[in-house]
Design a protein around this ligand. Sequence first.
Ligand SMILES: Cc1cc2nc3c(=O)[nH]c(=O)nc-3n(C[C@H](O)[C@H](O)[C@H](O)COP(=O)(O)OP(=O)(O)OC[C@H]3O[C@@H](n4cnc5c(N)ncnc54)[C@H](O)[C@@H]3O)c2cc1C
Length: 400
Amino acid sequence: MNHFAPYHRPNSAGWSYWEHELEWDKNFHVQFPSDTLQKKYDFVVIGAGFTGLSTAYHLSLGHPSAQIAIIDKHQPPLGASTRNAGFACIGTVGEFLADAELEEKDVIWDRMKSRWDGLELLRSILGDQAIGYEASGGHELFTSKDSYAKVESHIKLCDEALRARIGRSNWYQPTKVNNFNAIHMPNEGCLQPAKAWQSFAQKCRERSIKLCWGVNVSNIHHHIDGVTIELALDQLHDVISAKAVVLATNAFSSTIKSTDGETSSVQPGRGMVWVTKPLSSLKWRGTFHAEEGYIYFRSVGENRLLLGGARHIDKASEETLSFGVNTKIAAFLKQYMQEILQVSPETIAYEWSGIMGFTSNKNPICKASDSGNEIHAVGLSGMGVALSTELGRSAALLLN
Ligand SMILES: Cc1cc2nc3c(=O)[nH]c(=O)nc-3n(C[C@H](O)[C@H](O)[C@H](O)COP(=O)(O)OP(=O)(O)OC[C@H]3O[C@@H](n4cnc5c(N)ncnc54)[C@H](O)[C@@H]3O)c2cc1C
């Protein structure tokens, strides 16, 4: 007998500004077991963020007659895809220098190119209007002379490295913004993440991909001819089978148990974001990165300011899968908002958090299990909107 349960979203998660801007069915019921969810699929993708949608979309291109389903615990997805800052970015000089302490320079520039390729792919699949894309340009901002002095000598080097890899010019140009030293990034843009996600989900539906919400995947069992996937809703359980399964669960990857392959090592990292009410004037236009990318802010629509990040203030506490706001980080960001941006914290109108998934080297994981029937496409780290479309395409290729 079918069970209809009201969908529950954790209270601590709330809705992002982007999610507020769009129409969602926030009070839907989950039918379990679902009449519309078949018992057998060719491919099942777990996680309906950008990575899961891109994986399913590219699987449907490579296997036009395949039966494909995407399953997510939440609608809209509850991780990072509709809760981020909407920067369509590839990385700053300051971030490059921080990463260069741990990695070869070429690895970092190659990752920047992958982000660029991923953004271009997303724009080509959905179109700029459907993702709310604006060619806003961006800046890296330096609030102390010392921090700028450290990066200054690397501006030209990074500019030339990207020009050689991507072929455009003017990646990084020294400038001043509101009397602060800055590096202008004319090629950077921004988008409306929830709108982009909604458009991508619609694209998947048009390709007959089944999207199933409100259901948790707990276990994957491997057999000689494929996988069995255990689904749960409250105390109820059901199983479906597939030839292959893709985990696009990013920060939450360790919560699913599988009989084949190791769990991917992805460290959760929570991030918080604010959006103000419309301000009478706003002297920050476009996107801004500061403190090696840990702090970010941008203009939104008619004179709203978005400000977020500062995970570095209390990094250990933010390695969590729980949504919510860290008061220490909030206090730090309020001071930054007041003193550097000269915007009153009393103008904050929206507050939310999202969970990122970090790998040890910021490169996402894209791998097949021993049987080849389980693919992991996880660990998008900080600039995942840019990487997710490419990662989904690569994951789908592993099942060709
Ligand atoms: C505050 C914040 C700001 C950010 N800003 C930017 C930015 O400006 N630009 C940028 O490029 N990137 C940004 N990012 C990063 C980017 O949003 C992510 O890297 C990207 O969205 C990850 O997409 P994903 O599909 O891999 O994961 P997610 O969007 O996290 O999706 C994973 C999904 O898996 C589902 N799931 C997990 N476990 C299960 C299970 N057992 N059963 C069923 N479903 C499950 C979850 O419900 C979730 O919906 C930001 C992230 C945060 C948190």
